[in-house]
Design a protein around this ligand. Structure first.
Ligand code: ZN
Length: 278
């Protein structure tokens, strides 16, 4: 158990060899501010450094796993413990904002994707845009039948959320479908395309995730680490990291364009488009 005081997450150990980190902001559908992402990173570190933990589950309180970034309440970078080498977070123009997103979104997600222990996302309800950034870096995804996954931010004049692994997660054809239309794919569709590992009834979700984690935790740590790294190395050989960085650059072309055209990071008409289709 951790004795660290967190405000956005909870940490517990529901089974032998299993740590669980839970997003605990259900009143905002677990919208992510920088503080939540920073606390999540700290909790993953606690689990990573605890030799008794072999598998990490990422769960979420409430009806929905995550509604994405909380754009209303982003915290001051100087109050956070950063993990990368980015700086000049308050610089004008693209310089500061690109550094923030490189640190808080792409940097953290890539770090979590490479945790040397198996990770499992336990997902219910809606996962929207930045919500996918928490689900996709995990190794396995167990979701309930009501889970849906969408990235509608093309309506805001950008390419998608910042951890751009869409083609790796659902294949190129469905990635374009999701992005162009903004539609949510269902749990069944996600299973058919290999984006999730298991689909279970909502009332069995927690036990299914913990049982899967406990099952995996019986295996030797080093074997698990070697297997995980071997699969990740395969994805890297397919250009995953370079593709993410390339899409991130285009993402910031989008933000910069919107700043010039509309005076903000996104095209403001996007919200009406998304709401009209919700
Ligand atoms: Zn962005």
């Amino acid at each position: 158990m951790s004795d660290v005081e967190w405000t956005r997450i909870r940490y517990d150990t529901p089974a032998d060899g299993v740590a669980r980190v839970t997003l605990a902001r259900p009143e905002t559908a677990n919208a992510q501010d920088y503080l939540m992402l920073s606390e999540l990173n700290q909790a993953f570190d606690v689990a990573s450094k605890d030799d008794s933990v072999r598998v990490i589950v990422l769960a979420a309180d409430g009806k929905h796993f995550s509604s994405g970034h909380d754009l209303r309440a982003n915290n001051r970078m100087e109050d956070l413990e950063t993990i990368g080498t980015q700086c000049h977070f308050d610089a004008e123009g693209a310089e500061g904002y690109m550094a923030r997103e490189a640190e808080m979104y792409v940097g953290l997600c890539w770090r979590w994707r490479n945790i040397a222990k198996p990770t499992i996302a336990q997902v219910q309800g809606k996962v929207i845009a930045g919500g996918l950034m928490l689900v996709w870096p995990m190794d396995l995804i167990v979701c309930s039948e009501d889970a849906t996954f969408s990235d509608p931010v093309v309506a805001f004049g950008v390419n998608g959320h910042e951890y751009f692994t869409h083609p790796y997660e659902v294949g190129a054809r469905l990635a374009k479908d999701m992005l162009f239309t903004g539609r949510a794919i269902t749990a069944t569709e996600a299973l058919q395309h290999g984006m999730v590992s298991r689909v279970v009834p909502r009332d069995e979700l927690e036990s299914a995730a913990v049982e899967l984690a406990a099952h995996i935790a019986k295996r030797p740590m080093f074997g698990l680490t070697l297997a995980k790294q071997s699969v990740n190395n395969t994805l890297d050989a397919m250009g995953m990291y370079t593709a993410i960085q390339s899409a991130f650059g285009l993402h910031h072309v989008g933000h910069s364009h919107n700043r010039i055209r509309f005076g903000g990071l996104v095209d403001p008409s996007g919200i009406d488009v998304i709401r009209s289709e919700a």
